[in-house]
Design a protein around this ligand. Structure first.
Ligand code: TYM
Length: 337
């Protein structure tokens, strides 16, 4: 079977953008692909400086995958740092990757632009982990022989880089080993392929505008109330597609609730439904869907839960897969006696 691979960086509590933009689409692919899903803890180290928090977020993202329906018997499911082969291949591919390619990477360029705008040194606060980030991500992808990589729009360039790096390797060493060329798959999550957050911009930990998945009910309600709306009066017609509240509802509503979404759309367009009422609908749908997930999540977060077994077994499976590829690469490039 073809391989589907993706990773999530444990830099904060899991939020709706992760579930809708990454976890759910990946779990759908797991039904037909050989799936490989992991928690990219060493990628998080480019920004997280608190060791306890890093460990907590790693567990929390892992528990979220399983609570959302990942089946560890079917999916190869692991924590990136449990697979040392990744870090050996990282060095090898670093030596084959042009610095210029990294200079053009979006995340690095954005950091530089922000610095220049603020009148600082262009590279202020940029660590080598951030600069080399796309190489490590290419390794994540290539070492598992991935065919498709389901990711949000912001990660597409990284997958293209992985394809580029694979191409350079194959050009030089292709007669003894060739990497598969991976392709990004972008799930459709509404306008602009990104789920909006509390301020209408892309929902992102770095904008601090996320709706966390496992909030207590009253906090969830408060957050939903905070999503901005315009001042169109209740009785007037509204455009559902320019409303962040509606977009979140539309993207989140489980497949069985298509009629709730369609009816809400009709009522907004006709006039007579106010933003407050729309927010109540969104809250009810979120709360009903997330409650069983939260219960499973809380179980898994307990020390010594099944999660530890899943991750230990996953690490073994992942190392098996990775060591074969690493061995072929070492052979091809002339490393090892
Ligand atoms: P990360 O942790 O920032 O995000 C995880 C995934 O969630 C998607 N996403 C969203 N999609 C739609 N709307 C949103 N508001 C939204 N917010 C987040 C992201 O696009 C991503 O797919 N570099 C990666 C982690 C990584 C990885 C990999 C991914 C490391 N190695 C190998 C794939 C393959 C990252 O920072 O994702």
């Amino acid at each position: 079977a073809k391989v589907s691979l993706t990773g999530i960086k444990p830099t904060g509590e899991p939020h709706l953008g992760n579930l809708i933009g990454a976890i759910r689409p990946a779990l759908r692919l797991a039904e037909e692909y050989d799936s490989v899903y992991f928690i990219a803890d060493y990628h998080a180290l480019t920004t997280v400086r608190d060791p306890r928090l890093l460990r907590h977020y790693t567990r929390s993202v892992a528990a979220t995958w399983v609570a959302a329906g990942l089946d560890p018997a079917r999916t190869t499911f692991y924590v990136q740092s449990d697979v040392p082969e990744i870090f050996e291949l990282n060095w090898a591919l670093s030596c084959l990757t042009g610095k210029g390619l990294m200079n053009r990477a979006h995340a690095y360029k954005a950091a530089r632009d922000r610095n220049v705008e603020a009148g600082e040194e262009p590279d202020a606060g940029v660590n080598m982990g951030l600069f080399n980030y796309p190489i490590l991500m290419a390794v994540d992808i290539l070492i598992m022989e991935s065919d498709v990589v389901p990711v949000g729009k912001d990660q597409v360039q990284h997958v293209e880089y992985a394809a580029d790096i694979a191409g350079s390797f194959n050009h030089v060493y292709g007669s003894s080993y060739s990497f598969k060329i991976p392709q990004a798959i972008i799930p459709d999550v509404g306008t602009g392929h990104t789920l909006p957050g509390l301020d209408g911009r892309k929902m992102s930990k770095s904008y601090d505008n996320t709706i966390q998945l496992f909030l207590p009910e009253n906090k969830l309600k408060k957050l939903v109330r905070r999503i901005p709306t315009d001042s169109t009066p209740v009785e007037e017609p509204k455009d559902p597609d320019s409303s962040a509240v509606f977009q979140i509802l539309d993207q989140f509503a489980p497949s069985g609730s298509a009629d709730i979404v369609a009816e809400t759309r009709k009522r907004l367009e006709a006039g007579g439904m106010g933003w407050g009422e729309l927010k109540n609908v969104l809250f009810e749908v979120l709360n009903t869907e997330l409650t069983p997930l939260r219960e499973r999540y809380d179980e898994l977060m307990k020390p010594g839960s099944d999660l530890d077994t899943y991750l230990a077994q996953g690490a073994e499976k992942a190392r098996d897969r990775a060591s074969g590829v690493l061995g072929s690469v070492r052979e091809a490039i002339g490393i090892g006696r």
